[in-house]
Write a new protein. Structure first.
Length: 317
């Protein structure tokens, strides 16, 4: 097997393990167990995983667990800290609380209280740690506030909005890890790559849907570690290979905002859905992926803007 084929196989196995980790954070995710999924020796798998993701397996799992924990604490005030700890793979609240404080610089109980308050009533939107120092969460929050204030005078709103229940979507995908915001060349390259692979196998039809799934929660993830998957729906089981993977986007209740956007306006559209509509809606985010869907009428736009539907998973507060 030559190096090019080796790399394709490696990426396929890493994608498989990444999907497993993301869907099973509550389980005991050991190097031995995950290397068996990839069908490599533990030593070989760990080296490959770090080369591809630029993180050690341990750091990757820890980061996803704490980012999900922060998400659950801030969006679900009915879920106890013990329940959150169990949801992200901790055996008890004490070990989770200690690890959360060490990772973020703020107690989980403090973050839960602040995260479920109106930011206007919580010390100007800042989350303070016990020792008075800025926490990682605090710094990210302040960056988000600054970013939203910049766009305050140029808010983007959907021309159509609905809440509906969708069914599971079976998709094939090509994944990217790293900075991607406003990088139109990158998105074009990924879409073309997936299209060419699927077209060569007669998988593209008039029913095909195109989506981008964003795997990371909120603004806690560093730009260089962001993960996104350019996806195409399929109506049959597909044998994938190399850096083409397959997965199922879980169905459920979604809030859907329909926009016409140029490449500089996507973040503002997401800000509207998450920061403005959701805050006033009586809903909260549910633990499913958010994604962009691209309707078929994109080719008919004469103003150089793309039709984009933003799907955010919701549940009653």
């Amino acid at each position: 097997m030559n190096n090019k084929l080796d790399k394709k196989e490696y990426i396929s196995k890493i994608n498989l393990v990444q999907d497993y980790i993301e869907n099973n954070l509550e389980k005991n995710l050991t190097l031995d167990n995950l290397s068996k999924i990839a069908n490599y020796s533990p030593y070989h798998f760990h080296r490959l995983f770090k080369n591809y993701t630029r993180e050690s397996l341990y750091s990757y799992i820890k980061r996803l667990r704490f980012e999900k924990a922060a998400f659950l604490l801030s969006t679900d005030n009915k879920k106890t800290i013990t329940q959150v700890a169990a949801n992200v793979g901790f055996a008890n609240q004490a070990s989770f609380a200690k690890a959360f404080k060490k990772y973020f610089g703020v107690n989980a109980s403090e973050y839960k209280i602040q995260g479920n308050e109106d930011p206007q009533n919580s010390k100007n939107g800042q989350i303070e740690s016990n020792d008075g120092k800025d926490s990682k969460i605090n710094n990210v929050y302040n960056d988000t506030v600054k970013k939203n204030n910049i766009h305050e005078k140029e808010k983007i709103k959907p021309y159509k909005f609905e809440i509906k229940k969708i069914s599971n979507k079976e998709v094939i995908y090509v994944r990217y890890i790293g900075k991607y915001k406003q990088d139109t060349k990158l998105f074009t390259t990924l879409f073309n790559k997936l299209y060419q692979w699927a077209f060569a196998r007669d998988l593209v039809s008039c029913k095909t849907q195109w989506l981008v799934v964003y795997h990371d929660i909120g603004n806690l993830t560093e730009d260089t570690k962001l993960r996104m998957s350019v996806c195409m729906t399929v109506d049959q089981s597909v044998k994938v290979e190399g850096d083409i993977g397959n997965t199922i986007i879980e169905g459920g209740k979604y809030a859907i905002g329909s926009f016409k956007l140029d490449y500089t306006e996507y973040q503002q559209a997401w800000d509207y859905m998450i920061d403005e509509w959701l805050e006033k809606s009586g809903f909260k985010l549910s633990d499913k992926p958010a994604f962009e869907f691209y309707p078929l009428d994109n080719d008919n736009n004469s103003d150089h803007k793309k039709a984009v539907d933003i799907y955010i998973p919701v549940q009653p507060k």
